[in-house]
Design a protein around this ligand. Structure first.
Ligand SMILES: [Fe+2]
Length: 137
């Protein structure tokens, strides 16, 4: 199942929306690679992308939270560290067990379920706060 971007996922913070779209794009590229039989190499690429990009992306959001004194930052940051922890376990599993189908299933669940859910709830609340309270974005 591909990750489809829709306007209802937009949190109305341009840079963050672009970063979310990039994650979706990379995942969809991975799926097309799987269909054309190049899944193994693409999985390595996807996990290495997620390890770097997700960390930078969370960091970017957390800087905004600090800068604009976001009241609910501890809950939001806690979810980030849980999500980052999952990405780390993917990396470790890839190193120890190689590119297995169960790893692909876990990554699917991570992106389609947890990450999209995080965007819909936590990031949406952050976007609303920054736009309403500061009106800067
Ligand atoms: Fe977030």
């Amino acid at each position: 199942m591909t990750l489809q971007w829709s306007d209802e996922l937009s949190i109305n913070i341009g840079q963050i929306d672009e970063q979310h779209k990039e994650i979706f794009k990379r995942y969809n590229l991975f799926l097309s690679a799987c269909k054309s039989g190049a899944g193994r190499g693409a999985l390595l690429e996807l996990i290495s992308f997620l390890s770097g990009y997700v960390a930078d992306h969370f960091d970017h959001e957390e800087k905004l939270m600090n800068e604009y004194n976001y009241p609910d930052r501890s809950t939001h940051k806690k979810e980030h560290s849980e999500l980052a922890g999952l990405v780390h376990t993917f990396k470790v599993k890839l190193e120890t067990e190689g590119p297995t189908l169960s790893l692909v299933a876990e990554i699917n669940r991570f992106l389609l379920d947890w990450l999209v859910d995080h965007i819909r709830k936590r990031d949406m609340e952050l976007g609303a706060y920054l736009n309403q309270k500061w009106g800067l974005f």
